[in-house]
Every structure is written in C-alpha cells, then in structure tokens.
Write a protein that binds this ligand. Structure first.
Ligand code: 2GW
Ligand code: MN
Length: 307
C-alpha cells in the first residue's frame, strides 16, 4: 500500500479526502452484502482511479457483434465509444461479424485498434444472440488471453453518451437491468422451468442483470462465457431455450458466482428510464440516475420478431 501511495503522489493527483463518516450516496445501495461496490455517479474519483490504473499499463478488450442488419448499429457504437469509452487508455475493439467488408473504418489514436473477427450468421435471432457466449469463450482461448487484460462484452444497439471508464473494471462485473432496479426477486424475468440449465427458483436472485453489458478479467470472462455456452448447449440438446436466451444463463451464473463489482443503470439506460427521469425532473424530484452513460437504442420490436 505504501507503493500505491507513492505512485499516486508521483502523478501529483490531488483529490478530496474520503471521510469515514460521510457516505458517498445516501439514496442508493453502494455496496452489496458480499461487499462488491455498485458504481453510481458520486461514488468514485475518476482522476484517482485513472492514476492507479495507469500503473498496470493494461489493455481493455471490447467485444461487440454486428451480424446481418445489426451492422447498421456499428458505426454509432464505435464512434461514441471513441468519445466516451476508456478515453486515454489502450483498447482493442473485437468486432464479430458475418460482413467484414462493411465494418466502418474509423481514424483511431495510438493504442486503440479494431480487430475484425468472422462469426456465423444464424437464421434465428435467438441463435445470433446466444452464440455470442461460445464465440467470446473461443476468442478468449484463441487470442484475448494473450492480447488484453480485461474484457467488456456489449450489445451493439447502444450509444455511449457519457463517460465510461476504468471505474467499471474488476475481476467480474455485471450491470443492473434498468427495468428491474426497484423490483422484487419474485418479479425478475429469470428462467423458471427447472428443466433448464438457467433455472433460478423464485425465492433466489440478488439483482436482475442485463445481457447487454458485462465483463471482467479475461480469465473470469472466459469462465463465465464458457459456462453459459455449455449450459446453452445442454438446453439445446434437451430442446429447451431459456426465456431470455443467454441473458438468463448470465443471471444464473452471476447468482452463484457473485460479481466483484456491479454497474448501476447509468451504464444501460433505456427509453423507459429516460422518460421516468424527465418526468421526475419536471416534478422537481431528485433523480436516482444522474447521468446516462450508455443508452440502449430504441428499436422496432417488429424487426426482432420477424428477423
Ligand atoms: C436480435 C434480435 C432480433 C433481430 C436481430 C437480432 C440481432 C442481434 C441481429 O440480427 N444481429 C446481431 O448482431 N445481433 C446481436 O445480438 C447484436 O450484437 C445485438 O446487440 C445482440 C442482442 O440482440 P438485441 O440487441 O436485439 O437484444 P436486446 O437489446 O433485446 O437485448 C437483451 O436480450 C437479448 C436476448 O434476447 C440479449 O441477452 C441482450 O444482451 C439483452 O440486452
Ligand atoms: Mn440490445
């Protein structure tokens, strides 16, 4: 710890003294019962975290899938990530696609690059979404373990709208689904058929995690994605598909392998949450979510059912 203090001192970072008697937020949970931090605006000092992180000289991998029509989301995803995702750090974007020739070419600063990986194009959207677990675990074994320190796995139908930095990194992190932030475990949309590998009993569950944003060290993400991939294959052999595909398996995994950090819905805000926030603002009420860092883009539900 002495070393840590010297290093921060060396980079001349001045920051507010933490006060043992003053909580960072009074309106939200900032620590789970298993002592994992929940990341909200106001709970971290980014300059302090960046100074600490620089000492690791680490590289962050960001995996994203753009298959079939969803290629149309990729440009905004990458452009907005260049503005807000891990600014000033080393980043490898791993773009999985069936159309490598359509990946937009963006000018990137040193230390940041796009790596295009070919992936299968399944007929059913459910298979496109679920195959990501197998593809990420395979990619981890093949190259991510050698090339990056952390892996962040994201949906492509989203836009970075504010800072998303090293405060999210930890051995294993998940993101609280915005629609389930104030909901009892009985109402989580977990898989309820005991025959499925994703089964979670009604009286279990900590949080409901969204499938669209999770990550951790490459080793931990490898374990998670490989476990989910195996579970999906077993379900398939039994002619089962979990209610929310790989999101259901992710929730099962994170229930029994507690994440070491949780991201608040600032990191995956959707249209409903945005409307709720605007409504509260009009009424002069304070907002729980103070910053929209990642926005889940609205898409035509028809596209999803007809694809
Ligand atoms: C998916 C649904 C309907 C039609 C097309 C697709 C589709 C998805 C596609 O044609 N091409 C493709 O590349 N994808 C990838 O799968 C893409 O990366 C996309 O972000 C991801 C998940 O599909 P998405 O974004 O339509 O799902 P959501 O936003 O409704 O998300 C939640 O539920 C999913 C499972 O049903 C996943 O768990 C996802 O992570 C969740 O956020
Ligand atoms: Mn999505």
């Amino acid at each position: 710890l002495a070393g840590t203090r010297t290093a921060v001192g060396e980079s001349h970072t001045n920051y507010l003294q933490p006060d043992a008697l003053t909580p960072s937020r009074r309106d939200v949970l900032v620590l789970t019962p298993w002592l994992a931090p929940v990341v909200w605006e106001g709970t971290f000092d980014i300059d302090l975290l960046n100074a600490q992180f620089k000492l690791q000289n680490a590289t962050i991998g960001l995996t994203v899938f753009a298959v079939k029509n969803y290629m149309s989301f990729l440009e905004l995803f990458l452009r907005s990530a260049e503005k807000y995702f891990m600014a000033g750090h080393r980043v490898n974007y791993y773009v999985f696609t069936d159309q490598p020739e359509l990946v937009p070419q963006l000018p990137l600063p040193g230390g940041r690059r796009v790596i295009v990986l070919r992936t299968q194009s399944h007929q059913r959207w459910q298979d496109i979404s679920m195959q990501r677990m197998g593809a990420i675990s395979h990619g981890a074994r093949q190259r991510f373990l050698k090339e990056v320190d952390y892996l962040v796995c994201a949906d492509v139908d989203m836009e970075f709208r504010d800072h998303v930095g090293v405060e999210i990194l930890s051995s294993l992190f998940g993101t609280i689904h915005p629609d389930f932030m104030a909901v009892s475990r009985y109402s989580f949309s977990n898989e309820r058929r005991p025959e499925s590998q994703a089964y979670i009993p009604e009286d279990e569950g900590d949080f409901y995690y969204i499938g669209a944003f999770f990550g951790g060290s490459v080793a931990e993400v490898y374990r998670l994605t490989e476990a989910c991939h195996q579970a999906i294959m077993i379900d398939k052999a039994n002619h089962l598909e979990a209610i929310w595909q790989e999101e259901s398996h992710l929730n099962k995994y994170l229930l029994y392998h507690k994440p070491t950090k949780l991201l608040s819905p600032e990191y995956m805000c959707d249209h409903d949450l945005l409307q709720d926030m605007q409504h509260r603002k009009k009424l002069g009420l304070s907002n729980i979510v103070r910053r929209i860092r990642i926005f889940a883009l609205l898409k035509n539900k028809e596209v999803k059912s007809n694809n």
